[in-house]
Design a protein around this ligand. Structure first.
Ligand code: FAD
Ligand code: NAI
Length: 475
């Protein structure tokens, strides 16, 4: 006997669980299926983000940053600490607890919002009168019928061709976040977001970290000036990043991993490390969904093909988050989840792709929204730029963290803010004001005329806005 729902959401990550909650808030009868298991085999809601992504990586970044402060920066404040050591097992246990609190929190939220949760793998069986039949394979087998289906099955780490992850020596994000001992030598392939965040964690704790990146430019998607500033800071910290490399054979030995690679000059090299993290992007999760049974279209990357409203090629089927086009970010998945729920309810949900912020949680943090200077140049758009260094910001000096700057780009004629790029302390928090400004189509003058608390890092944003008109006051 099948159970009938207005909406069946497959996937309980930030896209899926948020879509389920919003649909339920709008009066629909909603089921959410998720297969993630915790160490005891029970449900672990929250997807990649909560279990092996955003949350655990930020927990480890926080712990390692405390360690870095204690070993390198406390002395500047007159604080003498002796015999500082790191208990990696305890750091990982704390991270696990933070993850569990989030898992439990999401389970509570589904219950509170009257979403029926099924633990297991969801797959399409067939189209039926008024919807689709979905099988749940898990602790208990269930058959559900949903009038509308939201696919939010997320993504998984991409492996190097011919080198599967063993999660012992050759690690994806899953193994990288579960390392119980500090590797003396750590190698990473890919200097993208994961490479830099994970490389930072272990570099701070004392690992010798080497990152190998195929592209000749460092963080090519980031505003060039900001990427250069960040690169300088990372090199100073001792993070070794080799650009323009070609990876050859990867072999595991009894002692570790050996990577053959060629540098930008074409010289053959070998990297011997205890552990190797491969972070070269992610692939959409569609295996096991049985899309063939209903004729759901996938593109050549295996992503579900959707229009700009997240509608798939079948009536009543939607897809959101990492399993579709667009940036693979938790907040992008959430926004799409809310928009789809509202569309299913006949409302006009909307996601503004131009104001989705990006943050890289290294130290210094890197955050941006809107267009980069190189994009504006390529478009031939006339723009004005204003920058303000944290070196000239009183709060940054008091914090002892003056690396970086805020850079604002505005239209040369209308003064509308087109992009804001930050490298420096708390960039992740500072970017929120810039997102709000851009959503309201603010001009740089609007931001420059707003009173910002003193002393605060946000004054650097105001000063960058003033600098667009060449009238910064404190630099
Ligand atoms: P997911 O979070 O992947 O969730 C999909 C869920 O569906 C999973 O639980 C999966 O088990 C389940 N599932 C899949 N197939 C089925 C099926 N057939 N039946 C039932 N369940 C199924 N983004 C940020 O915005 N900020 C960050 O700081 C950040 N840090 C990250 C750090 C790392 C190391 C990684 C790997 C990613 C990070 N991301 C970050 C990206 C972020 O995790 C993803 O963009 C986000 O999780 C995507 O959400 P989603 O709901 O689309 O998919
Ligand atoms: P990424 O796309 O950020 O970076 C991958 C890097 O690997 C690129 O620089 C690419 O040029 C390089 N690369 C690809 N193939 C290579 C090869 N054969 N040899 C050497 N280098 C190669 O992907 P990453 O770091 O795996 O992260 C996946 C996604 O997860 C991110 O794009 C982001 O969407 C999300 N994420 C977001 C975070 C955040 O918001 N703070 C944190 C971590 C992940």
């Amino acid at each position: 006997m099948s159970k009938k729902f207005d909406v069946v959401v497959i996937g309980g990550g930030p896209g899926g669980y948020i879509a389920a909650i919003r649909a339920s808030q709008l009066g629909m009868n909603v089921a959410c299926i998720d297969e993630w298991k915790n160490s005891k085999g029970g449900p672990a809601l929250g997807g990649t983000c909560t279990n092996v992504g955003c949350i655990p990586s930020k927990a480890l970044l926080q712990s390692s940053e405390h360690f870095d402060h204690a070993t390198h920066h406390f002395a500047d404040h007159g604080i003498e600490v002796k015999g500082v050591s790191m208990d990696v097992a305890k750091m990982v246990a704390r991270k696990d607890l933070v993850v569990k609190q989030n898992n439990d929190g999401i389970q509570y939220l589904l219950k509170k919002n009257k979403v029926t949760f099924f633990h297991g793998r969801g797959s399409f069986v067939k189209a039926v009168e008024g919807g689709y039949e979905i099988k749940v394979a898990g602790a208990a087998e269930e058959t559900l019928v949903g009038t509308q289906i939201v696919v939010a099955t997320g993504s998984s780490a991409r492996a190097m061709p011919g080198t599967p992850f063993d999660e012992e020596m050759i690690l994806s994000n899953e193994g990288a976040l579960a390392l119980g001992v500090m590797p003396k030598k750590l190698g990473l392939i890919g200097a993208g977001v994961i490479g830099l965040e994970m490389g930072s964690v272990w570099r701070r704790l004392g690992s010798d970290v080497q990152i190998l990146e195929a592209l000749p430019t460092f963080l090519g998607a980031v505003d060039e000036q900001i990427a250069k500033e960040a690169h300088k800071a990372f090199i100073k910290q001792g993070l070794q990043v080799e650009l323009g490399v070609k990876i050859g054979d990867i072999k595991t030995t009894k002692k570790g991993v050996s990577v053959a690679w060629t540098n930008a000059k074409g010289e053959a090299q070998t990297l011997e490390v205890d552990k190797l993290i491969i972070s070269i992007g992610r692939v959409p999760n569609t295996l096991g969904l049985n899309v063939e049974a209903v004729g759901l279209n996938l593109d050549e990357r295996g992503a579900i093909v959707v229009d700009d409203q997240c509608r798939a090629n079948l009536p009543g089927v939607w897809a959101i988050g990492d399993v579709v086009r667009g940036p693979m970010l938790a907040h992008k998945a959430e926004e799409e989840g809310v928009a789809v729920a509202e569309r299913m309810a006949g409302q006009h949900g909307h996601v503004n792709f131009n104001t989705i912020p990006w943050v890289i949680y290294t130290s210094p943090e890197i955050a941006w929204v809107g267009q980069t200077e190189q994009q504006l140049k390529a478009e031939g758009r006339a723009y004005k730029a204003g920058t303000f260094p944290f070196l000239a910001n009183g709060r940054a000096r008091a914090l002892g963290d003056t690396t970086g700057m805020v850079k604002m780009l505005a239209d040369a004629t209308t003064d509308e803010i087109l992009g804001v790029h930050i490298v420096g302390p708390m960039a992740s928090e500072l970017i929120a004001e810039c997102v709000v400004a851009m959503e309201f189509k603010a001009s740089s003058e609007d931001l420059a005329r707003i009173c910002h608390a003193h002393p605060s890092l946000s004054e650097a944003t105001k000063e960058a806005a003033l600098a667009v008109d060449k009238r910064a006051l404190n630099f």
